[in-house]
Ligand binder design. Structure first.
Ligand code: NAD
Ligand code: ZN
Length: 380
């Protein structure tokens, strides 16, 4: 057993002291895990838009100082009381949304929206005692979505930890903690395109490109990428996108353009933009009789989805998904296996790498729209 079990660990963490200000690498104290918690040693983490959104804290209750980060790979250091399915040394991916395995959602085959551990961006503390496990000279530092992976050690609820194949390279599979699994699962688990079918992907960011990767894996013959930014198409070709449509190039709605290209509509569409107009277009561009549209993007607070009900009567199906319908503990290990057996390609999502000491560079890349995922190496 390691000598740190049951002890407070002092380690480096990147602390966000104020909204929108560069993170500062500090020495923090990480308390031992309590009931149903595990303490992880993080080896690799990556940056996602959600971290940046809450770090900028525009329009939400700001919880600062805070340790962000939710895409990561690591190793279990120690486990708290009641944890039976993880042990020190296990290789894991922490996940921002959990699976308690007890609630009605976890027991349903159809849902991954756990009652206990569903994403909560306002909490900032652990469920067991309503307190933080991080502190600096006695001052508590808030958690973020129960993961806080911008720290060499973190404490996470066992329900937010997926145990994976120890042979999987954590510097690659860490990106499966959030956005990439979301897009991939939206296609493979929800849209479910048949081999040879046509799929439209709205929004070619990391999530949309993961949805395109899902369409490629499913054997779609036409993958139509839709984005307002023409620069996105070059990158998208690597992900199997065969055609590109920029709505700005036409003076009619993009759903009409797609209907003309595909003899009435695509078989499947996946929306990964967060734009309400793209959501409506993504729904209306599917073929009547069998088309399925899947919404992934997170809309603005006051948005409303407006379409003519005839579209539904004409047998177009509208669906939405959270985290690609994957249950984190039950399903993520098999997504890692898809990478291990070379079905799923992850390298093409990883466009940058920085040492932990330069974590602010990862924020700069994302704010500039440069690349897809930046891996942050904790040991450097
Ligand atoms: P991103 O900003 O990198 O990419 C979005 C892309 O959409 C951009 O290339 C942009 O040019 C394009 N776009 C914007 N408006 C458009 C429009 N009207 N028509 C066509 N293209 C348009 O974002 P991302 O990280 O790939 O995330 C995509 C969305 O998925 C976000 O809304 C994010 O919040 C959401 N998301 C949802 C879940 C979930 O579980 N449902 C999980 C993670 C992320
Ligand atoms: Zn549950």
């Amino acid at each position: 057993m390691s000598s740190t079990v049951g002890q407070v660990i002092r380690c480096k963490a990147a602390v966000a002291w104020e909204p929108g200000k560069p993170l500062v690498i500090e020495e923090v104290e990480v308390a031992p895990p309590q009931t149903m918690e595990v303490r992880l040693k993080i080896l690799f983490t990556s940056l996602c838009h959600t971290d940046v959104y809450f770090w900028e804290a525009k329009g939400q209750t700001p919880l600062f100082p805070r340790i962000f980060g939710h895409e990561a790979g690591g190793i279990v250091e120690s486990v708290g009381e009641g944890v039976t399915d993880l042990k020190p040394g296990d290789h894991v991916l922490p996940v921002f949304t959990g699976e308690c395995k007890e609630c009605r959602h976890c027991k349903s085959e159809e849902s991954n929206m756990c009652d206990l551990l569903r994403i909560n961006t306002d909490r900032g503390v652990m469920l067991n005692d309503g307190k933080s496990r991080f502190s600096i000279n006695g001052q508590p530092i808030y958690h973020f979505v129960g993961t806080s992976t911008f720290s060499e050690y973190t404490v996470v609820h066992v329900g937010c930890v997926a145990k994976i194949n120890p042979a999987a390279p954590l510097d690659k599979v860490c990106v499966l903690s959030c956005g990439i699994s979301t897009g991939l699962g939206a296609t493979l688990n929800v849209a479910k395109p048949k081999k040879g079918s046509s799929v439209a992907i709205f929004g070619l960011g990391a999530v949309g490109l993961a949805a395109a990767e899902g369409a490629r894996i499913a054997g779609a013959s036409r993958i139509i990428g839709v984005d307002l930014n023409p620069k996105r198409f070059d990158e998208a070709k690597k992900f199997g996108v065969t055609e590109f449509v920029n709505p700005k190039d036409y003076d009619k709605p993009v759903q009409e353009v797609i209907a003309e290209m595909t003899d009435g509509g695509v078989d499947r569409s996946v929306e990964c933009t967060g734009s309400i107009n793209a959501m409506i277009s993504a729904f209306e561009c599917v073929h009547d009789g069998w088309g399925v549209a899947v919404l992934v993007g997170v809309p603005n607070k006051d948005d409303a989805f407006k379409t003519h009900p005839m579209n539904l009567l004409n047998e177009k199906t509208l669906r939405g998904t959270f985290f690609g319908n994957y249950k984190p503990r039950s399903d993520l290990p098999s997504v890692v296996e898809k990478y291990m057996n070379k079905e799923l390609e992850l390298e093409k999502f990883i466009t940058h790498e920085v040492p932990f000491s330069e974590i602010n560079k990862a924020f700069e890349y994302m704010l500039r729209g440069d690349g897809l995922r930046c891996i942050i190496r904790m040991d450097a």
